[in-house]
Design a protein around this ligand. Structure first.
Ligand SMILES: [Zn+2]
Length: 373
């Protein structure tokens, strides 16, 4: 009797394991449906007298909008994110428009054009800077834009490099000791900044999206996990399409300023599809001694050939190897300090001229443990 119960117990566990793995498979294997795809554009300045690298000239911006109006569905970011999260899907060729930093030229140069097409958009702002410098929007302008359908979200209080660790000076009674804050102290400080910024947004706007755009697109896994646990969604600035399978704590956006403002190359990105990644061995974009020396990707290849995947790093094509269905790209032993990205693309078999696109960012501090602009 006891033995048969034990056998039954073992069987139940085995069935449990099998059904759980099937559940995992069901979650990770998906048809690359066109309605499960979103492209997010990231702008900063729309002006000609601002730093080229973060600026889109107004006439070029107008060209972007005219092209979007003709060929794409511009959707509000919050609605698009909800649709992907809830699995209700989006129209094919859905694009969301975002701006970072809350510059006043968004209102003077971009807003009238966006209003002309009735395009919704989202601005990530630093609440402690709003109204404090000549080039920033004021709270009155933020309120006016809100009434006209613009949504605002969190870009931290003052736009610091979030991965920088601070020096802490403490007096031991005889002299000052200087130590670098540990991970707990660092995370507490950063989450404090973000939640304070969110509180200010809520006070001024009356709503709180809990969307954070990481300044400079820089984040690490500890931070993105902590933000997820607090109910935040994260937006970065590595490229790539977004789908329901994306990491919602660090969603990719395509920068559309500087040399990325050219409509010719932007068209390819607007038409891109989220790369269906089943597994990657790179779990943290922050480069440490534990960063693997190769990137290993398991991809869902229903609509492209693994041999058709091209990976680029710092503008150069990287050799790839396929081993048991896993795509392997070597990473340099010495990834450069600052921000870099490995981009991998593959042409869709079904959708001619469209590419699956994945970007893996890497962030590495300099010898002083700091990140620079
Ligand atoms: Zn920014």
């Amino acid at each position: 009797m006891y033995q048969s119960r034990l056998t039954l117990f073992v069987w139940l566990i085995a069935i449990g394991i099998v059904s759980f793995s099937q559940h995992l498979l069901a979650k990770t294997t998906f048809a690359p449906e066109l309605k499960d795809n979103l492209v997010i554009l990231q702008y900063h300045h729309v002006a000609t007298n601002t730093p080229t690298i973060t600026s889109t000239p107004p006439d070029v911006f107008a060209e972007h909008l005219a092209y979007l109006h003709q060929h794409f569905n511009v959707v509000a970011l919050p609605e698009a994110i909800d649709a992907l999260r809830e699995g209700t899907g989006l129209p094919d060729k859905s694009v969301a428009i975002t701006f970072d930093d809350g510059f006043d030229n968004i209102l003077t140069n971009a807003h009238p054009l966006l209003r002309k097409y009735n395009f919704p958009y989202t601005v990530f702002i630093n609440p402690a800077l709003i109204g404090h410098t000549r080039t920033q929007l004021t709270w009155e302008e933020v309120a006016q834009m809100s009434q006209e359908g613009v949504s605002f979200a969190n870009h931290t209080l003052t736009h610091q490099h979030l991965l920088n660790r601070r020096h802490i000076t403490s007096n031991n009674g005889h002299s000052d000791d200087v130590t670098i804050e540990n991970e707990t102290q660092w995370l507490k400080r950063i989450l404090g900044d973000i939640t304070q910024a969110e509180t200010l947004l809520k006070e001024r706007l009356g709503y709180s999206l809990r969307y954070l755009a990481y300044p400079y697109g820089e984040f690490n896994r500890t931070l993105s996990n902590a933000l997820s646990n607090l109910g935040y969604m994260g937006f970065a600035q590595h490229s790539g399409g977004v789908s329901s399978q994306s990491d919602f704590a660090a969603l990719p956006r395509y920068p559309a300023a500087g040399r990325y403002a050219q409509l010719g190359t932007l068209k390819i990105k607007l038409n891109s599809l989220a790369m269906p990644v089943l597994h990657s061995n790179i779990t943290d974009p922050e480069v440490t001694e534990n960063t693997p020396d190769e990137m290993r990707l398991l991809l869902d290849t229903q609509d492209f050939n693994l041999t058709g995947v091209n990976c680029f790093y710092q503008g150069a094509v990287q050799p790839t190897v396929i081993e048991n269905g896993v795509l392997i790209v070597a990473l340099s032993e010495n990834l450069p300090t600052g921000r870099s990205r490995m981009n991998c693309t593959a042409p869709s078999k079904r959708e001619k001229g469209r590419y699956y696109w994945l970007s893996q960012p890497f962030f590495k501090a300099n010898e002083n443990g700091k990140y620079i602009d």
